[in-house]
Structure formats: C-alpha cells, structure tokens
Design a protein around this ligand. Structure first.
Ligand SMILES: Nc1ncnc2c1ncn2[C@@H]1O[C@H](COP(=O)(O)OP(=O)(O)O)[C@@H](O)[C@H]1O
Ligand SMILES: [Mg+2]
Length: 290
C-alpha cells in the first residue's frame, strides 16, 4: 500500500485521547491516561510495558469489555469508523465481526466440558458466515483448523481442551477468532503462557494470516522480543500513558527513555532481525512480568 492511499484510507482503529478510570475500593485509578494511536489494514501495532502499566485495560476498554459501572471511558475510539465510546451499543455491531479478541491464557479460555468441535461450531454459527447446516458448519470448522495449521483437524474436533497442548489450544482460539472473518485482531499477551518455540510458531501464524488477509493486529505484550518480531510500530506504556512511540527499529536501536532501555535489557541476546525468536525472548532482568 502506498503512503498516499494509507493516509486517505479510513483506519481500522483510531484511538484519540482515550482514558479509562477504574472505580476501586481504594479510590479512582486512572489506568489509561490519554493515549492515542492508529492501526490501518495490514499493520501490527504493539503496546509494550511492564505488568500493571495499563495494557490490558487499554485493550479491554477499546473492546468495551470492562464492567460499565466500574470503568469510566472517555476520548474517541473509532473501529472502522464507528465511535464505540460515543455510542456504547455500537460495539455490538463490530465485536465479533470487524473485531475479534485472542485471549491471553489458552488453558482457561475454552470451556473444559465441551469438545473443540462444539466450541468452534458455536463460534461459526454466531458469526453467521456459513450455512447452519451441520455438514457445512463441520466443513468450515475443519477449514479453520487447517488455516491455523492444526494437523488432522478431523480427529481434533472430537477432543476436549485438556487433550491438547497449550500451543494447539492457542491455535484453536485463533481459529475461533477467525470464524467471524475479522479485519482487526486484538491479541492480549497471546503467547505469554507458552514456551518460546511454541510462541514463535504462533507469532509466525499471526504474521501469515495478516499477509494473506490484510488484517490489522493490536498486539499487547511485556516482551520486546515479541514486539520486535511482529510490529510495524510500538507504543511503550508506563503508568497508563505512552512514554514513547515509533517504528520498531527506532525504539530498539535508539530508545529515548530509561524505562524502554530496561525493557530492552530484559532481552539478553540482540541478534539479527531475522534470527529465530528462541534466542531473543529469554528474560532475565529488571522488568516485572505477569
Ligand atoms: N479490577 C481492578 N481493580 C483495581 N485495579 C485494577 C483492576 N484491574 C486493573 N487495575 C489496575 O489498573 C492498572 C493497569 O492494569 P492492567 O491494564 O491489567 O495492566 P497490564 O495489562 O499492563 O499488566 C494497574 O495499576 C492495576 O492495578
Ligand atoms: Mg495485562
């Protein structure tokens, strides 16, 4: 996409002066403090920061998944042009259609008492993209599992979550997210619960899906190793606000804050840009983690 078309095209996600105040027992906490960013089709934008910096509150606020009576939202959040702050009901038009969430912990995100096939079929029926005929739903479920590179999808449909590894479960969750053919994926620490080689496979999958479909991705992570593999732009978050923003290379090579340098220091091996992530995501120092 050339620069001109990118500038004139409507962003998938446009966040302006977004603020979230949480009403807690100890008083009001401004968990998200006036953040602004934009995601176009085909872009991955990453919010990185230590645990408690406000990353999940930003993501959940954008998706309007925070409890209405405990979270006060202000500013502008336009999803494919629809302002979901001005009109709280507007989120229903975009959630699960334009927009889908990939949750953090694949081990707990699925129901333990329903088979993979049932949970995927439910998502397909809700998305309404396929015919409701059981044969068509099943064919679509198999196709989705193939798209996330799950081997022998036919056999996996009968299984229950405890029979699959964490990496396979995360692939199932991505398949569920894809059921609605979203244009924007929000992924909150999608690989934090996985070991590094499995993590690399999931990030590869997200990049592949992005290349094939031109979807936009909002990636949330505390791990600069993940951020630099996948991002077009990075916003570094601390205490609810962005302390610096820029192209991934600029942030990694020339961080402007001590806080970002600490996040960088937590990635011990800084090798070539195309190096396998296994060597770059081990964390050792300084920064708190979930
Ligand atoms: N349910 C809650 N009640 C009170 N405070 C909360 C709640 N959820 C988050 N917070 C506070 O909001 C801030 C941001 O949290 P969060 O968005 O979860 O950070 P991150 O995802 O970056 O780890 C933290 O200071 C946290 O203590
Ligand atoms: Mg979080």
């Amino acid at each position: 996409m050339n620069l001109h078309s990118k500038m004139t095209e409507q962003p998938l996600l446009e966040v302006r002066d977004f603020q979230v105040e949480l009403i807690t027992d100890a008083g009001i906490v401004r968990a998200v403090d006036c953040v602004s960013f934009t995601i176009h089709r085909g872009e991955t934008v990453t919010i990185i920061g230590e645990s408690g910096s406000g990353k999940s509150t930003t993501a959940m606020g954008i998706l309007r998944l925070l409890p209405e009576d405990l979270a006060v939202l202000s500013g502008t959040v336009r999803i494919d042009g629809v302002d979901v702050i001005a009109d709280p009901k507007a989120i229903d038009k975009v959630r699960g259609r334009t927009l889908a969430l990939i949750p953090q912990d694949p081990m707990t995100a699925l129901s333990p008492v329903h088979s993979i096939g049932n949970q995927l079929s439910e998502a397909i029926r809700i998305a309404g993209a396929a015919s409701k005929d059981p044969g068509a739903v099943r064919a679509r479920a198999i196709r989705l599992l193939e798209q996330v590179h799950i081997p022998t999808p036919d056999a996996q449909l009968k299984k229950y979550p405890h029979q699959l590894s964490g990496g396979m479960l995360q692939r199932v969750l991505i398949a569920i997210a894809l059921a609605s053919e979203p244009q924007l994926l929000v992924a909150d620490e999608p690989t934090s619960a996985l070991d590094v080689t499995v993590q690399a496979g999931i990030l590869d999958l997200l990049l592949e899906l992005q290349e094939q479909r031109g979807i936009g991705i909002l990636m949330i992570t505390h791990d600069l190793g993940v951020a630099r593999l996948i991002s077009d732009r990075i916003h570094v978050m601390k205490d609810g606000a962005f302390v610096e923003s820029g192209e991934v290379q600029q942030i990694v090579e020339n961080p402007s804050t001590e806080y970002t340098r600490k996040l960088l220091a937590a990635v011990p091996v800084l090798g070539a840009w195309d190096e396998t992530p296994a060597a770059t995501t081990l964390t050792t120092t300084g920064v708190r983690h979930e």
